[in-house]
Design a protein around this ligand. Sequence first.
Ligand SMILES: NC(=O)C1=CN([C@@H]2O[C@H](COP(=O)(O)OP(=O)(O)OC[C@H]3O[C@@H](n4cnc5c(N)ncnc54)[C@H](OP(=O)(O)O)[C@@H]3O)[C@@H](O)[C@H]2O)C=CC1
Ligand SMILES: CC1=C(/C=C/C(C)=C/C=C/C(C)=C/C=O)C(C)(C)CCC1
Length: 303
Amino acid sequence: MANSGQKVVLITGCSSGIGLRIAVTLAKDEKKRYHVIATMRDLKKKDKLVEAAGDAYGKTLTLLPLDVCSDESVKQCINNVKDRHIDILINNAGVGLLGPVESISIEEMKKVFETNFFGVVRMIKEVMPDMKKRRSGHIVVMSSVMGLQGVVFNDVYTASKFAMEGFCESMAVQLMKFNIRLSMIEPGPVHTEFETKMMEDVAKMEYPGADADTVRYFKDVYLPSSIDIFEAMGQTPDDIAKNLTNSLYTPIVALKYADETGGLSVNTFYNLLFNFGPLMHITMSILKCLTCSCLRRRTISPN
Ligand SMILES: NC(=O)C1=CN([C@@H]2O[C@H](COP(=O)(O)OP(=O)(O)OC[C@H]3O[C@@H](n4cnc5c(N)ncnc54)[C@H](OP(=O)(O)O)[C@@H]3O)[C@@H](O)[C@H]2O)C=CC1
Ligand SMILES: CC1=C(/C=C/C(C)=C/C=C/C(C)=C/C=O)C(C)(C)CCC1
């Protein structure tokens, strides 16, 4: 249970990745400013979190089951929080979806929106009224660079994050009137199970309904570039938990704001992918070398 003076933080999707690292980082705060309620839809997956939390488990970190896709689960979880008092809600749970749109069923697309968009809306609807009554609170939403800018073959995932950006940008104004802050986090690529799950899904894909050229562009052009980008620019979940932005990805997003017609982003991405593919591979390899310490180490110790 939280001590008086401690902020109660509820986080969704803590079984792995960014949610797990944020939960552990806040629970291990040296000044013990937070009581973390780490939630996950399947408590059988708690071991990694419990191990990472160490001594904080049962003290500044407690666990509750929560599936953001279920009205009942969300209500039950919030009712299990003392006085339903949550100071900071971190909407982190999310799923990816990759591939040619022709091969993806509408049902699969709806599942992504059910988690990434309606999951967040469901959480905010349940927690916000109590925050409004108290005239205090902070809602954090894990969006993505893909909430700011479309990325080829991530069409539906991108759309779900754009939808959330629009929802939150609108909500932020009335929330401000109730002294409730709303923040969005927009990470670039992060090495988590998100990446692994997507690659596993891709390996199983059979591409029904997609023509041979589209499948080739996806498998032989997009996927290798995406792997290069993850390798060169990928952050760790710990970087995100410590609020470190991705300076390598910033110029990519800046293209959108440099030309409000959107043409600059679309043309640049097209050229990067279809005209300068091999060059991009070399650039990413150099970038990877510059950002790791191998070149620097070699300069310092020639042996
Ligand atoms: N990794 C990346 O490159 C980036 C990720 N993001 C965003 O960060 C967030 C976290 O992703 P990340 O840590 O990378 O990926 P992970 O796959 O490691 O974590 C996702 C978490 O969401 C949970 N989750 C999925 N569906 C539900 C649900 N219905 N109810 C409750 N929890 C659910 C998963 O639980 P379970 O184990 O049960 O599946 C898991 O704990 C997502 O919103 C993602 O869109 C943003 C930018 C980049
Ligand atoms: C291939 C490719 C790109 C890929 C970007 C990727 C792969 C970004 C991944 C972001 C993630 C995983 C966000 C999660 O929310 C760019 C840079 C747009 C340039 C054009 C070619």
